[in-house]
Design a protein around this ligand. Structure first.
Ligand code: ATP
Length: 516
């Protein structure tokens, strides 16, 4: 774990050094849990968004997009349940004065039992070698059984406390499990209190009687309140989906772990409207499709897992998370929820407007049920950075840091490098770049040795570099260097555009989603 923490620290400083992510308002000492994306970060982020958007709107004829406003009528948040129930249970340590989410402290404790079990298994696997029977070991080893039983008991107690919104019981679990504050190391805890996560502001001048409005804590409600607009104007037939990418704001209690938990972040959400009674079939289908979307990036299938929810939100009848193995453990990147007809019905009630769909096949009207897929752009960004960051030792002992980003997502696709800064090579390089810049993002670099330039491109994840040397002037060929293998090949200048366009196309990843 210590090693993982070390890697996480390196990732954060790498992000800053290479223009991916900066702390917000840094010259004023920053603003808690708010971050800015730099010149490479914004490109990577845009590419992630495009990957999601295209996978939704191009691969599904029945999914269309919208872009709704951040400000919305305040009653929307009453109807959605956010005013009354968008709370996190918080607890303070009286010695360190640090604030924590009570549920997160307990979840981490559950994860510790898992770690203990995994360690036992690892040790035994080493001891027994080929003969090791993991299944049998899990079923019979006393220490594994003891930790599994403790974990199960805690899990059950925790789920019940959450479902009953029993704050005293949450505190008691923390006390009984002897959970200490990581900063002070003590168990001197306050009571657990509920804290609403929505930011509010005022619209209109106070003289007019200003309206208290909220910064949206999720983009989904903008989709629900536009359900009829899209359905009617697009003549959409159920089942169909509406996708949206946009900013969301939450006044998170504990905002650590870099861009994993931010107060201003971006979501990519899709609400899929279905016939009542068919929602669990569609839930299963979207679960599998979304997992394929993640795995198609090629960061390693083992890095993902599903995690079913213990506590279903007031509106849901099924929910799961897709978790990614971050340097600080498996964490939620995306939530998939079966939201029943809660939102549409509630908006119908609060707005007084009929929000129903007439199904011509059934010859009846109903309130559609909804499957939601909801993913954070920033968490996805972090998972991709973490999954691509590599430190390698090369032949001869030199080291390199390389971001093995999926080529289609890399901020820069091609670096154009004249071997030397004279003899007409820069002019030739510029000529090539002027032709290729229409196809994809190219970067020209003539400073420092070629080795240093390669390292700079490795560090930002550029999948291809071409070098223009003296021979290029006579044979009109360049050397393409591949980021991951560092292999080089000589190709005609006239071919470069086609070769790289094929390799960096999003199509390669999108096809994988449909094939598997
Ligand atoms: P958590 O339990 O981690 O607070 P959540 O279950 O409240 O997350 P959802 O409401 O399901 O999250 O939001 C959907 C997605 O939005 C999450 O899977 C995550 O990727 C992203 N997200 C939510 N809150 C944040 C945040 N504070 N910072 C960055 N991304 C976030």
């Amino acid at each position: 774990m210590a090693q993982q923490e070390e890697i996480f620290k390196k990732l954060i400083s790498h992000s800053k050094e290479y223009g991916f992510v900066f702390p917000s308002s840094e010259i004023y000492d920053g603003l808690g849990a708010v971050y800015d994306y730099g010149q490479n970060g914004v490109e990577l982020k845009n590419n992630i968004k495009k990957y999601w958007w295209d996978s939704m709107t191009l691969l599904n004829e029945n999914v269309v997009g919208i872009d709704s406003a951040i400000f919305m009528h305040p009653t929307i948040w009453k109807a959605s349940g956010h005013v009354d129930a968008f709370n996190d249970p918080l607890i303070d340590n009286k010695d360190s004065k640090k604030r924590y989410r009570a549920d997160v402290l307990i979840e981490e404790q559950i994860a510790k039992y898992d770690d203990k079990i995994e360690k036992e298994i690892e040790k035994a696997a080493k001891r027994f070698g080929e003969a090791f029977d993991e299944q049998k070991f899990r079923e019979t080893n006393p220490r594994v059984l003891e930790n599994s039983a403790k974990k199960e008991a805690l899990h059950t107690r925790f789920a019940k406390a959450l479902n009953d919104s029993n704050l005293e019981e949450l505190r008691q679990i923390i006390i009984d499990e002897e959970i200490v504050c990581p900063v002070s190391g003590t168990r001197n805890w306050t009571d657990v209190r509920q804290f609403n996560l929505m930011f509010s502001t005022e619209m209109g001048s106070t003289a007019d009687g200003a309206l208290k409005i909220y910064l949206r804590p999720e983009t989904a409600q903008g989709i629900f309140v536009n359900f009829l607009n899209v359905q009617k104007s697009g003549r959409m037939k159920i089942p169909f989906g509406i996708a949206q990418i946009g900013k969301a704001f939450r006044n998170e209690i504990v905002a650590r772990q870099f861009i994993f938990r931010m107060r201003e972040f971006e979501q990519m959400e899709m609400q899929f409207f279905v016939r009542p009674g068919e929602e669990l079939k569609w839930f299963e289908q979207w679960k599998q499709t979304r997992m394929r979307w993640h795995k198609a990036l090629g960061l390693g299938d083992k890095k993902y897992r599903f995690h079913d929810h213990d506590k279903l939100a007031h509106y849901a009848n099924a929910a799961t998370d897709i978790e990614f193995e971050m340097p600080f453990g498996f964490k939620e990147v995306e939530g998939i929820h079966s939201r029943t007809d809660f939102d549409l019905s509630s908006h119908e009630k609060y707005s007084g407007k009929k929000i129903q769909y007439f199904d011509p096949e059934l010859n009846q009207s109903y309130t559609p049920y909804v499957i939601e897929t909801s993913i954070g752009v920033d968490r996805m960004f972090l998972s991709i950075l973490a999954g691509s960051y590599c430190e390698e030792t090369l032949e001869g002992g030199e080291t390199r840091v390389v971001l093995k980003l999926p080529p289609a997502l890399a901020p820069v696709k091609l670096a154009v490098l004249p071997l030397v800064k004279k003899d007409g090579l820069p002019e030739k390089a510029r000529e090539i770049m002027d032709d290729l810049k229409f196809n994809f993002n190219c970067q020209y670099d003539e400073k420092d040795s070629i080795g240093k330039r390669y390292r700079r491109q490795d560090a930002i994840g550029t999948p291809y570099c071409i070098t223009i040397d003296h021979e290029t002037l006579t044979d009109n060929q360049v050397t393409i260097r591949h980021r991951d293998t560092m292999e080089q090949e000589r190709v005609p200048v006239t071919e470069v555009g086609k070769i790289i366009t094929d390799k960096v196309s999003l199509k390669n990843i999108l096809k994988k989603i449909t094939q598997s």
